[in-house]
Design a protein around this ligand. Structure first.
Ligand code: GLU
Length: 373
Protein backbone atom coordinates (compact mmCIF):
# COMPACT_ATOMS: atom_id res chain seq x y z
CA UNK A 1 0.00 0.00 0.00
CA UNK A 2 1.22 3.51 -0.81
CA UNK A 3 1.70 6.34 1.64
CA UNK A 4 -1.52 8.03 2.77
CA UNK A 5 -1.28 10.62 5.51
CA UNK A 6 -3.69 13.12 6.98
CA UNK A 7 -3.67 16.45 8.72
CA UNK A 8 -6.64 16.52 11.08
CA UNK A 9 -7.17 19.90 12.74
CA UNK A 10 -10.10 20.82 14.92
CA UNK A 11 -11.77 24.02 13.74
CA UNK A 12 -11.30 25.81 17.04
CA UNK A 13 -9.34 28.87 15.94
CA UNK A 14 -6.42 30.03 13.82
CA UNK A 15 -3.75 27.69 12.46
CA UNK A 16 -0.86 27.99 14.91
CA UNK A 17 2.80 27.15 14.32
CA UNK A 18 2.58 23.66 15.83
CA UNK A 19 -0.35 22.67 13.64
CA UNK A 20 1.29 24.17 10.57
CA UNK A 21 4.51 22.22 11.24
CA UNK A 22 2.45 18.99 11.52
CA UNK A 23 0.66 19.78 8.24
CA UNK A 24 3.98 20.49 6.50
CA UNK A 25 5.65 17.29 7.73
CA UNK A 26 2.68 15.30 6.47
CA UNK A 27 2.87 17.10 3.15
CA UNK A 28 6.64 16.58 2.77
CA UNK A 29 6.38 12.92 3.67
CA UNK A 30 3.53 12.29 1.22
CA UNK A 31 5.21 14.28 -1.58
CA UNK A 32 8.54 12.52 -1.11
CA UNK A 33 6.80 9.15 -1.43
CA UNK A 34 4.42 10.15 -4.20
CA UNK A 35 1.63 9.44 -1.73
CA UNK A 36 -1.53 11.24 -0.78
CA UNK A 37 -2.03 13.96 1.79
CA UNK A 38 -5.54 14.39 3.17
CA UNK A 39 -7.20 17.18 5.09
CA UNK A 40 -9.79 15.99 7.60
CA UNK A 41 -11.73 18.37 9.82
CA UNK A 42 -12.28 17.02 13.35
CA UNK A 43 -15.30 18.87 14.61
CA UNK A 44 -16.86 16.37 16.98
CA UNK A 45 -16.39 18.61 20.01
CA UNK A 46 -19.19 20.91 18.96
CA UNK A 47 -18.84 23.10 22.04
CA UNK A 48 -15.38 24.26 20.98
CA UNK A 49 -16.15 25.18 17.37
CA UNK A 50 -15.19 28.68 16.26
CA UNK A 51 -17.18 29.90 13.26
CA UNK A 52 -15.04 30.60 10.20
CA UNK A 53 -12.01 28.70 11.46
CA UNK A 54 -12.32 25.87 8.92
CA UNK A 55 -11.99 28.41 6.11
CA UNK A 56 -9.20 30.25 7.96
CA UNK A 57 -7.25 26.99 8.41
CA UNK A 58 -7.57 26.16 4.73
CA UNK A 59 -6.40 29.64 3.71
CA UNK A 60 -3.34 29.51 5.95
CA UNK A 61 -2.42 26.04 4.69
CA UNK A 62 -2.77 27.19 1.11
CA UNK A 63 -0.62 30.25 1.81
CA UNK A 64 2.11 27.97 3.16
CA UNK A 65 1.98 25.85 0.00
CA UNK A 66 0.48 22.70 1.54
CA UNK A 67 -1.62 20.96 -1.09
CA UNK A 68 -4.11 18.23 -0.36
CA UNK A 69 -5.22 15.43 -2.63
CA UNK A 70 -8.46 15.00 -0.71
CA UNK A 71 -10.19 17.56 1.50
CA UNK A 72 -13.63 18.90 2.44
CA UNK A 73 -13.58 21.38 -0.44
CA UNK A 74 -11.94 19.04 -2.97
CA UNK A 75 -13.79 15.87 -2.00
CA UNK A 76 -12.33 12.44 -2.75
CA UNK A 77 -13.09 8.72 -2.66
CA UNK A 78 -12.97 8.43 1.16
CA UNK A 79 -15.25 11.36 2.00
CA UNK A 80 -16.95 13.09 3.63
CA UNK A 81 -13.87 14.73 5.15
CA UNK A 82 -15.69 16.47 7.99
CA UNK A 83 -16.32 14.25 11.00
CA UNK A 84 -19.75 15.66 11.86
CA UNK A 85 -20.89 14.34 8.48
CA UNK A 86 -19.74 10.81 9.28
CA UNK A 87 -21.78 10.13 12.43
CA UNK A 88 -23.52 7.00 11.15
CA UNK A 89 -20.14 5.37 10.55
CA UNK A 90 -19.02 5.86 14.17
CA UNK A 91 -22.41 4.66 15.42
CA UNK A 92 -22.09 1.51 13.31
CA UNK A 93 -18.68 0.63 14.80
CA UNK A 94 -19.85 1.48 18.32
CA UNK A 95 -22.69 -1.02 17.85
CA UNK A 96 -20.18 -3.57 16.63
CA UNK A 97 -18.15 -3.14 19.82
CA UNK A 98 -21.28 -3.44 21.96
CA UNK A 99 -22.39 -6.61 20.18
CA UNK A 100 -18.95 -8.16 20.33
CA UNK A 101 -18.61 -7.40 24.05
CA UNK A 102 -15.56 -5.09 23.80
CA UNK A 103 -17.75 -2.11 24.59
CA UNK A 104 -20.58 -1.54 27.06
CA UNK A 105 -23.35 0.98 27.52
CA UNK A 106 -22.91 3.33 30.45
CA UNK A 107 -26.00 4.91 31.98
CA UNK A 108 -24.19 7.00 34.59
CA UNK A 109 -25.34 10.60 34.30
CA UNK A 110 -23.36 13.82 34.62
CA UNK A 111 -24.19 14.17 38.34
CA UNK A 112 -22.81 10.75 39.24
CA UNK A 113 -19.62 11.28 37.21
CA UNK A 114 -19.18 14.68 38.79
CA UNK A 115 -19.59 13.32 42.31
CA UNK A 116 -17.04 10.58 41.51
CA UNK A 117 -14.58 13.30 40.52
CA UNK A 118 -15.35 15.29 43.67
CA UNK A 119 -14.66 12.21 45.77
CA UNK A 120 -11.26 12.06 44.12
CA UNK A 121 -11.83 8.87 42.13
CA UNK A 122 -9.46 8.83 39.18
CA UNK A 123 -11.45 8.04 36.08
CA UNK A 124 -14.69 6.15 35.81
CA UNK A 125 -15.34 3.45 38.45
CA UNK A 126 -16.71 0.98 35.88
CA UNK A 127 -20.07 0.56 37.59
CA UNK A 128 -21.97 -0.11 34.34
CA UNK A 129 -19.34 -2.59 33.19
CA UNK A 130 -20.73 -4.92 35.83
CA UNK A 131 -24.28 -4.85 34.42
CA UNK A 132 -25.39 -8.08 32.75
CA UNK A 133 -26.41 -7.94 29.11
CA UNK A 134 -30.03 -8.42 30.18
CA UNK A 135 -29.90 -5.54 32.67
CA UNK A 136 -28.29 -3.30 30.06
CA UNK A 137 -30.89 -4.21 27.44
CA UNK A 138 -33.71 -3.51 29.87
CA UNK A 139 -32.27 -0.11 30.66
CA UNK A 140 -31.91 0.64 26.96
CA UNK A 141 -35.47 -0.40 26.18
CA UNK A 142 -36.65 2.00 28.89
CA UNK A 143 -35.06 4.68 26.72
CA UNK A 144 -32.40 5.70 29.29
CA UNK A 145 -29.68 7.79 27.66
CA UNK A 146 -26.29 6.06 27.53
CA UNK A 147 -22.75 6.48 26.34
CA UNK A 148 -20.69 3.65 24.87
CA UNK A 149 -17.47 2.90 26.73
CA UNK A 150 -14.55 0.68 25.84
CA UNK A 151 -13.87 -2.31 28.09
CA UNK A 152 -10.21 -1.65 28.73
CA UNK A 153 -8.46 -4.93 29.56
CA UNK A 154 -7.18 -5.23 33.10
CA UNK A 155 -3.48 -5.66 33.91
CA UNK A 156 -2.09 -5.63 30.41
CA UNK A 157 0.77 -3.64 28.97
CA UNK A 158 -0.13 -1.68 25.86
CA UNK A 159 2.79 -1.14 23.47
CA UNK A 160 2.89 1.80 21.14
CA UNK A 161 5.50 1.47 18.39
CA UNK A 162 6.52 4.95 17.31
CA UNK A 163 8.90 5.78 14.48
CA UNK A 164 10.48 8.62 16.48
CA UNK A 165 10.07 7.69 20.16
CA UNK A 166 10.50 3.93 19.74
CA UNK A 167 8.54 1.47 21.84
CA UNK A 168 6.43 3.10 24.54
CA UNK A 169 4.78 0.83 27.11
CA UNK A 170 1.71 1.91 29.05
CA UNK A 171 -0.04 -0.13 31.76
CA UNK A 172 -3.70 -0.67 30.90
CA UNK A 173 -4.55 -0.12 34.58
CA UNK A 174 -3.77 3.58 34.03
CA UNK A 175 -6.27 3.86 31.17
CA UNK A 176 -9.89 4.54 32.01
CA UNK A 177 -12.81 2.88 30.23
CA UNK A 178 -12.98 5.68 27.71
CA UNK A 179 -16.21 7.01 26.29
CA UNK A 180 -16.42 6.28 22.56
CA UNK A 181 -19.86 7.56 21.75
CA UNK A 182 -21.63 10.30 23.70
CA UNK A 183 -25.37 10.35 24.57
CA UNK A 184 -26.06 12.66 21.63
CA UNK A 185 -24.60 10.13 19.17
CA UNK A 186 -21.38 12.10 18.58
CA UNK A 187 -18.10 10.20 18.89
CA UNK A 188 -15.23 11.34 21.08
CA UNK A 189 -11.97 12.41 19.41
CA UNK A 190 -10.20 9.10 20.11
CA UNK A 191 -12.93 6.95 18.60
CA UNK A 192 -13.56 9.10 15.53
CA UNK A 193 -9.84 9.39 14.86
CA UNK A 194 -9.29 5.60 14.91
CA UNK A 195 -12.38 4.83 12.80
CA UNK A 196 -11.41 7.46 10.23
CA UNK A 197 -7.74 6.57 10.05
CA UNK A 198 -8.76 2.99 9.38
CA UNK A 199 -11.59 3.74 6.94
CA UNK A 200 -9.50 6.31 5.06
CA UNK A 201 -6.66 3.78 4.82
CA UNK A 202 -4.14 6.07 6.48
CA UNK A 203 -0.71 4.44 6.43
CA UNK A 204 1.22 6.84 8.73
CA UNK A 205 -0.06 9.14 11.47
CA UNK A 206 2.22 12.14 11.90
CA UNK A 207 1.10 14.39 14.76
CA UNK A 208 2.38 16.31 17.78
CA UNK A 209 4.08 14.58 20.70
CA UNK A 210 1.22 15.61 23.01
CA UNK A 211 -0.79 12.72 21.51
CA UNK A 212 1.82 10.03 22.20
CA UNK A 213 0.34 8.72 25.47
CA UNK A 214 -3.23 8.69 24.20
CA UNK A 215 -2.05 6.55 21.32
CA UNK A 216 -2.26 3.65 23.81
CA UNK A 217 -6.04 4.19 23.83
CA UNK A 218 -6.00 4.11 20.05
CA UNK A 219 -4.02 0.86 20.03
CA UNK A 220 -6.62 -0.74 22.32
CA UNK A 221 -9.34 0.35 19.93
CA UNK A 222 -7.51 -1.02 16.90
CA UNK A 223 -7.17 -4.40 18.55
CA UNK A 224 -10.81 -4.44 19.78
CA UNK A 225 -11.97 -3.76 16.24
CA UNK A 226 -9.54 -6.29 14.76
CA UNK A 227 -7.73 -3.65 12.71
CA UNK A 228 -4.05 -3.11 12.01
CA UNK A 229 -2.83 0.23 13.37
CA UNK A 230 -1.00 2.67 11.09
CA UNK A 231 2.65 3.56 11.67
CA UNK A 232 2.73 6.26 14.37
CA UNK A 233 5.15 9.16 14.02
CA UNK A 234 5.05 11.70 16.83
CA UNK A 235 6.75 15.04 16.30
CA UNK A 236 8.76 16.80 19.02
CA UNK A 237 7.26 19.66 20.96
CA UNK A 238 7.81 23.25 19.89
CA UNK A 239 9.15 25.53 22.62
CA UNK A 240 9.72 29.28 22.76
CA UNK A 241 13.26 30.68 23.07
CA UNK A 242 12.69 30.80 26.84
CA UNK A 243 11.92 27.08 26.85
CA UNK A 244 8.15 27.27 27.39
CA UNK A 245 5.80 24.99 25.49
CA UNK A 246 4.39 26.86 22.53
CA UNK A 247 0.68 26.85 23.06
CA UNK A 248 -2.13 27.51 20.60
CA UNK A 249 -3.30 30.13 23.02
CA UNK A 250 -0.06 32.14 22.96
CA UNK A 251 -0.47 35.42 21.16
CA UNK A 252 1.39 35.90 17.90
CA UNK A 253 1.99 32.23 17.12
CA UNK A 254 -0.62 31.93 14.40
CA UNK A 255 0.45 31.55 10.80
CA UNK A 256 -1.77 34.52 9.98
CA UNK A 257 0.22 36.79 12.31
CA UNK A 258 3.45 35.97 10.41
CA UNK A 259 1.65 36.58 7.14
CA UNK A 260 0.43 39.94 8.43
CA UNK A 261 3.93 40.90 9.54
CA UNK A 262 5.07 40.51 5.94
CA UNK A 263 7.10 37.31 6.07
CA UNK A 264 7.34 35.38 2.82
CA UNK A 265 5.21 32.22 2.81
CA UNK A 266 8.04 29.99 1.63
CA UNK A 267 10.31 31.31 4.38
CA UNK A 268 7.77 30.54 7.10
CA UNK A 269 7.22 27.11 5.51
CA UNK A 270 10.93 26.27 5.38
CA UNK A 271 11.51 27.57 8.89
CA UNK A 272 8.73 25.28 10.19
CA UNK A 273 10.02 22.27 8.22
CA UNK A 274 13.34 22.63 10.00
CA UNK A 275 11.79 22.55 13.47
CA UNK A 276 12.58 19.04 14.67
CA UNK A 277 13.83 17.72 11.34
CA UNK A 278 17.49 17.90 10.46
CA UNK A 279 17.68 16.49 6.96
CA UNK A 280 17.20 19.76 5.05
CA UNK A 281 20.90 20.45 4.57
CA UNK A 282 22.80 23.49 5.81
CA UNK A 283 21.87 25.90 3.05
CA UNK A 284 18.64 27.77 3.62
CA UNK A 285 16.35 29.12 0.91
CA UNK A 286 14.92 25.79 -0.17
CA UNK A 287 11.53 25.20 -1.70
CA UNK A 288 9.06 22.65 -0.36
CA UNK A 289 9.80 20.42 -3.38
CA UNK A 290 13.51 20.38 -2.53
CA UNK A 291 12.78 19.67 1.12
CA UNK A 292 10.30 16.91 0.22
CA UNK A 293 12.92 15.18 -1.91
CA UNK A 294 15.14 14.81 1.17
CA UNK A 295 12.52 14.26 3.83
CA UNK A 296 12.77 11.09 5.86
CA UNK A 297 11.38 10.00 9.21
CA UNK A 298 14.85 9.12 10.47
CA UNK A 299 15.79 12.82 10.45
CA UNK A 300 13.08 13.70 12.99
CA UNK A 301 14.45 14.33 16.46
CA UNK A 302 12.90 13.62 19.84
CA UNK A 303 14.06 16.71 21.64
CA UNK A 304 11.90 19.82 21.71
CA UNK A 305 12.54 22.25 18.86
CA UNK A 306 13.05 25.93 19.65
CA UNK A 307 11.14 28.54 17.70
CA UNK A 308 13.82 31.19 17.21
CA UNK A 309 12.66 34.28 15.41
CA UNK A 310 16.19 35.29 14.50
CA UNK A 311 16.39 32.10 12.49
CA UNK A 312 13.12 32.90 10.75
CA UNK A 313 14.52 36.32 9.83
CA UNK A 314 17.58 34.77 8.25
CA UNK A 315 15.47 32.21 6.36
CA UNK A 316 13.26 35.04 5.17
CA UNK A 317 16.33 36.98 3.94
CA UNK A 318 17.50 33.95 1.97
CA UNK A 319 14.19 33.58 0.20
CA UNK A 320 14.03 37.30 -0.40
CA UNK A 321 17.38 37.17 -2.20
CA UNK A 322 16.25 34.21 -4.24
CA UNK A 323 13.32 36.32 -5.42
CA UNK A 324 15.63 39.18 -6.38
CA UNK A 325 17.38 36.92 -8.85
CA UNK A 326 14.18 35.86 -10.52
CA UNK A 327 12.75 38.66 -12.71
CA UNK A 328 9.16 37.54 -12.30
CA UNK A 329 9.14 37.37 -8.52
CA UNK A 330 11.34 40.49 -8.28
CA UNK A 331 8.58 42.34 -10.14
CA UNK A 332 6.10 41.12 -7.50
CA UNK A 333 8.39 42.39 -4.74
CA UNK A 334 8.74 45.75 -6.52
CA UNK A 335 4.94 46.04 -6.69
CA UNK A 336 4.65 45.26 -2.98
CA UNK A 337 7.31 47.87 -2.21
CA UNK A 338 5.42 50.43 -4.31
CA UNK A 339 2.34 49.77 -2.15
CA UNK A 340 4.35 50.32 1.02
CA UNK A 341 5.92 53.51 -0.33
CA UNK A 342 2.48 54.84 -1.22
CA UNK A 343 0.87 54.00 2.08
CA UNK A 344 3.64 54.53 4.62
CA UNK A 345 6.36 56.95 3.41
CA UNK A 346 6.01 60.43 4.84
CA UNK A 347 8.95 61.95 2.87
CA UNK A 348 7.99 63.47 -0.49
CA UNK A 349 7.98 61.03 -3.40
CA UNK A 350 6.65 61.18 -6.92
CA UNK A 351 5.54 58.68 -9.52
CA UNK A 352 9.10 58.13 -10.78
CA UNK A 353 10.03 56.74 -7.36
CA UNK A 354 7.19 54.28 -7.72
CA UNK A 355 8.32 53.00 -11.11
CA UNK A 356 9.03 49.25 -10.98
CA UNK A 357 12.50 49.65 -12.65
CA UNK A 358 13.52 52.18 -10.01
CA UNK A 359 12.19 50.12 -7.11
CA UNK A 360 13.79 46.99 -8.49
CA UNK A 361 17.17 48.73 -8.37
CA UNK A 362 16.48 49.90 -4.83
CA UNK A 363 15.79 46.30 -3.89
CA UNK A 364 19.09 45.24 -5.46
CA UNK A 365 20.81 47.48 -2.92
CA UNK A 366 19.87 44.93 -0.30
CA UNK A 367 22.32 42.48 -1.86
CA UNK A 368 25.48 41.99 0.20
CA UNK A 369 28.44 43.91 -1.14
CA UNK A 370 26.37 46.69 -2.68
CA UNK A 371 27.38 49.24 -0.11
CA UNK A 372 31.12 48.79 -0.38
CA UNK A 373 32.83 51.94 -1.62
N1 GLU B 1 -7.92 16.96 16.02
C1 GLU B 1 -6.66 16.73 16.65
C2 GLU B 1 -5.99 18.08 16.85
O1 GLU B 1 -6.65 19.08 16.74
C3 GLU B 1 -5.83 15.84 15.76
C4 GLU B 1 -4.89 14.92 16.45
C5 GLU B 1 -4.43 13.82 15.49
O2 GLU B 1 -3.76 14.18 14.52
O3 GLU B 1 -4.78 12.69 15.70
O4 GLU B 1 -4.85 18.23 17.12
Amino acid sequence: MGVRVRFAPSPTGLLHLGGARTALFNYLFASGHKGQCILRIEDTDQGRLVPGSKEGLEESLQWLGVQFHESPSKGGPYGPYIQSERLSLYQQYARELLNGGSGYPCFCGKERLQSLRQRGTTGYDRRCRKLSRRQANEEMSRGSPFTVRLKVPENEVVCVEDAVYGRVEIKSSTIEDQVLLKTDGFPTYHFACVVDDHCMEISHVLRGEEWLLSTAKHCLLYSSLGWKPPQFVHLPLLVSSTGEKLSKRLQGTSVLSYQERGFLAEAVAEFLCRLGWSGGGEREGRSLEELAANFSLSGISRSPATVDEGKLMSTNKRHFRRHLHDPESAAVLARKLAECVKTTLTVPHDSSSLAPEYLFQVLQLLEPGCWKN
